[in-house]
Design a protein around this ligand. Structure first.
Ligand code: UDP
Ligand code: MG
Length: 329
């Protein structure tokens, strides 16, 4: 049933994008057809609850290269991309958001750069983010700087999840056991030869952002704890500092006691209780981040379940896709 591996897989995570999909196909199809190479467009329906599934089925009837993989439930942007990478069959794989913020017209250039320059990864780098909110730009900048300091990996500051990867890169990512991975930092950390192509980030074509602040915060926490134990050390230092402060307070309290001025001890009590409490809470919270990661890892639970694949690839009992042929070879 399966045909030869296409040259390019275009992986698109889709979550409640019924409005955007027709526009996406309108712009993506001419670009893909112009490649003059076999390709597949792999949409990963991340448990959409609107008409996305129906729209995809309709579009697929007119576009044979369009493939639909549906996840059982909403697994999140990064997990949806991971599902796409695990099921893509192309020699090269490009990941692209559905909302047309990343112009598909850049794909041929990315592919060309990869093929000619022997780069394993070609990052799409946003030169102009004026269409993103000031808050998003500022927070992104601070966040990338933090990750760079913490992890020592050099993720391009304005590279998101628009990137092209070689089969070797995709296989390497698929083999990583890590859960809740943030691909935009995991990929540079692999250290494969890379190049970049710049583009202008556009306005979302239709619909609303599926990335609320809470999701952004979760992504940030996963990025930091996924790359560095520095926050753990930070907790240790903070704990030490808190300990020293507590000792100082103790000495102060004893002196006050011997001087017989214990009654107005209200201030020091409050300071001690709140200060130590705050430090402890913070440390427990940071520890919890890591324990949570280990917990998720120990459970070994897949971060997504595939419910359906329009290409007819066999599903295992769990509903996960059987490993792609290319990876068994
Ligand atoms: N998305 C997804 N699952 C989610 C949230 C988002 O697959 O739980 C997809 C979404 O359909 C889009 C891409 O991820 O194709 C990026 O989301 P969005 O454009 O809403 O994020 P933003 O650009 O606002 O950061
Ligand atoms: Mg977007």
């Amino acid at each position: 049933m399966r045909s030869v591996a296409p040259e390019l897989s275009i992986v698109i995570p889709v979550y409640n994008e019924e409005d955007v999909l027709p526009l996406l196909v309108q712009r993506l199809r001419p670009v893909a057809d112009s490649l003059k190479a076999p390709y597949e467009v792999l949409t990963v329906d991340d448990g959409s609850t609107d008409l996305t599934a129906a729209v995809l089925e309709r579009l697929r009837r007119e576009w044979p290269q369009l493939r639909v993989v549906r996840l059982r439930a909403n697994a999140g942007h990064q997990a949806a991309i991971s599902a796409g990478l695990a099921t893509a069959r192309g020699r090269y794989v490009v990941t692209l958001d559905a909302d047309l913020q990343d112009p598909p017209e850049v794909i041929p250039e990315m592919l060309h750069v990869a093929q000619q320059g022997n780069a394993d990864v070609v990052y799409g780098v946003r030169t102009d983010r004026s269409t993103d909110s000031a808050f998003k730009r500022l927070s992104a900048r601070a966040f990338y700087r933090l990750i760079r300091v913490l992890s020592g990996t050099h993720a391009e500051v304005d590279a998101g999840d628009y990137r092209l990867m070689s089969r070797a890169t995709v296989d390497a990512i698929n083999a990583l056991p890590e859960h809740n991975r943030v691909l935009r930092f995991v990929v540079p950390a692999l250290g494969f030869p890379s190049a970049s192509v710049s583009y202008r980030r556009e306005e979302r074509a239709a619909g609303r952002s599926k990335y609320p602040l809470a999701a952004m915060l979760r992504l940030s926490l996963d990025s930091v704890t996924g790359f560095s134990t520095a926050p753990l050390r930070f907790a240790t230092w903070l704990g030490l500092l808190g300990g020293v402060a507590a000792l100082g307070l103790l000495a102060y309290a004893l002196v006050e006691m011997f001087l017989g001025r214990t009654l107005p001890g209200w201030t020091s009590t409050v300071v001690a209780v709140t200060g130590v409490g705050a430090v402890q809470l913070l440390c427990v919270g940071i520890l919890g981040e890591y324990v949570g990661r280990m917990y998720a890892h120990l459970q070994g639970r897949p971060s997504y379940f595939v419910a359906y694949d329009s290409s007819g690839a066999p599903l295992t009992a769990e509903g996960e896709l059987a490993p792609a042929e290319s990876r068994q070879a």
